[in-house]
Design a protein around this ligand. Structure first.
Ligand code: NAD
Length: 490
């Protein structure tokens, strides 16, 4: 089924954006409600999507329950399930351009990056978890019982996968690929701002051989997410989003009680030591905070610089923000696109207005023109450790820079927020690299680089960044529970 999208930007896509994807088919929301999807680069309407209500969520969860209980998916062997994931990856490779354009249109990401990073990462993720299918096995255990004792992994059942707006395809693929290969069925609720590729991906997985009902996609807002968390058919919640909503999700899931993983906000510290390759470190620092327009949970949004190189680094950053290409994501050479929605734009602008009125120094790039949701890359110096700019997740292209005088002080400043998702350091001293990486409170630490991510390498949080892991065998383990079988031989 295909409905013409109200845009010239993505020709030939076949989603029906006005409907939900339940039990392998398009279906309208029970009460017919719809929500606008805007083009962040212009603020104009792209299309409208169905707005799921409680009745639709219940329908999707019941479809996923039935698909789990009759064994149409969990009854297949892990390697059979892996074949479906591999076919999906192959189809996605063929349709890469369509998906890249749809994602760029929906999120406002520069097309260069959706082509180079988002789509290849999703392909890689499906292939990686297909490869891990063979690891879904148990073990015999040496016990002191007169028994043959073994363990076996089992899928949880129905997974509610709730994702944010910033990396729609990548973040849904880490959940879906691991959950599906483990034998679970899924109800996926993408973010209300960026629902388009989730709908298209559901269709593609069906084409790859995923049985109907195994993946259901409900578009809608926070109330649909909340209904999904509470639905009695749902056994496990995999949530990525803000810390505030994550807390509410964990509290609601505790009623089940349901197994929950929470991938939440971050405030990544990037440490530049004086011995670093400074040109490379400055380039890394810039990429670290402008990547994805700063809408990156692992953004390097706090730069800590050793005193002897503080002034030259700040001068280089101030110069650089003037020249970062900001603009329409479909224009060649653009590195920073718009914020994904008007709400995020106002939130980031409010931080900048407060900074302009405070005793801190700010340098912003040229103010973008047009009606899109743009914010210029901005560097803030002189902000105190306990200030909002240092402590709170701004989620835009905004960098604070602070000096430090010793390794101990750098670690204390880096660890001095409630978050603990990603951190990094730039240094040529190998011993320091290991020492500081061990001391930084973060789920992932990069040395001499930033955002070095791979489906094999787990990431996740500590503190207010949440718990649980995405990627790697660790994420697969989040989607199975262990059953012990003890056969009395006596
Ligand atoms: P958000 O928390 O506002 O929304 C995330 C999802 O939760 C959306 O689908 C939303 O509709 C849904 N939701 C809202 N209220 C809900 C409720 N009461 N119950 C259930 N679901 C509900 O986050 P966002 O603004 O879309 O995304 C930005 C946030 O996500 C940032 O804080 C960012 O750091 C975080 N994030 C974290 C990671 C990670 O891996 N740790 C990755 C990407 C983004």
């Amino acid at each position: 089924m295909s409905i013409a999208m109200e845009t010239e930007r993505v020709a030939g896509t076949t989603i029906d954006p006005g409907q939900l994807w339940i039990d392998g088919d398009w279906t309208p929301a029970a009460d017919g409600r719809r929500r606008d999807v805007l083009d962040p680069a212009t603020g104009e309407l792209v299309t409208t999507v169905a707005e799921a209500g409680a009745e639709d969520v219940a329908r999707a969860a019941a479809a996923a329950r039935a698909a789990f209980d009759d064994g149409r998916w969990s009854g297949q062997t892990p390697r059979q399930r892996a074949q479906v994931l591999l076919r999906a990856a192959a189809l996605l490779r063929e349709r890469a351009e369509e998906f890249a354009q749809l994602e760029s249109l929906d999120v406002g990401k520069p097309l260069m990056f959706t082509r180079m990073i988002d789509i290849p990462t999703v392909v890689d993720t499906y292939e990686y978890y297909a490869g891990l299918a063979a690891s879904l096995e148990g073990a015999t255990r040496a016990t002191s019982l007169p028994a043959h004792a073994y363990t076996q992994p089992e899928p949880y059942g129905v997974v509610g996968a709730i994702t944010p707006f910033n990396f729609p395809m990548i973040l849904s693929s880490t959940k879906l690929a691991a959950a599906l290969v483990a034998g679970n069925t899924v109800v996926h609720k993408p973010a209300e701002e960026t629902p388009l590729t989730a709908l298209r991906m559901a269709q593609l997985l069906q084409e790859a051989g995923l049985p109907d009902g195994v993946l259901n996609v409900i578009t809608g807002g926070g109330d649909a997410g909340a209904a999904l968390v509470e639905d009695p058919h749902v056994d496990k919640i995999a949530f990525t989003g803000s810390t505030t909503v994550g807390r509410a999700v964990a509290a609601a899931a505790a009623e089940g009680p349901k197994h929950v993983t929470l991938e939440l906000g971050g405030k990544g510290a990037n440490l530049i030591f004086a011995d670093a390759d400074l040109d490379a470190a400055i380039e890394t620092a810039i990429k670290g905070f402008v990547f994805n327009t700063g809408q990156f949970c692992m953004s390097g949004s706090r730069l800590l610089v050793e005193r002897p190189v503080y002034e030259p680094v700040v001068a280089a950053l101030r110069g650089a923000v003037e020249h970062v290409p900001v603009g329409d994501p479909f224009t060649d050479g653009v590195v920073v696109g718009p914020m994904a929605g008007p709400g995020h734009l106002s939130k980031v602008r409010a931080y900048l207005e407060q900074a302009a009125a405070a005793e801190v120094e700010i340098t912003s790039g040229p103010e973008p023109t047009g009606s899109g949701f743009f914010v210029p890359p901005t560097v803030i110096t002189g902000a105190a450790q306990d200030s909002a700019w240092v402590q709170e997740e701004i989620f835009g292209p905004v960098l604070t820079v602070q000096p430090f005088d010793s390794e101990e002080e750098a670690i204390a400043l880096a660890n001095g927020t409630p978050f603990g998702l990603a951190a990094g350091l730039q240094t040529k001293d190998v011993a320091r690299a290991h020492r500081v990486a061990g001391a930084l409170r973060a789920g992932i630490v990069w040395v001499n680089g930033w955002a070095l991510l791979d489906p094999a390498m787990p990431f996740g949080g500590t503190g207010q960044s949440g718990y649980g892991r995405e990627n790697g065998p660790e994420a697969l383990a989040e989607y199975v529970r262990t059953k012990s079988v003890v056969i009395n031989l006596g």
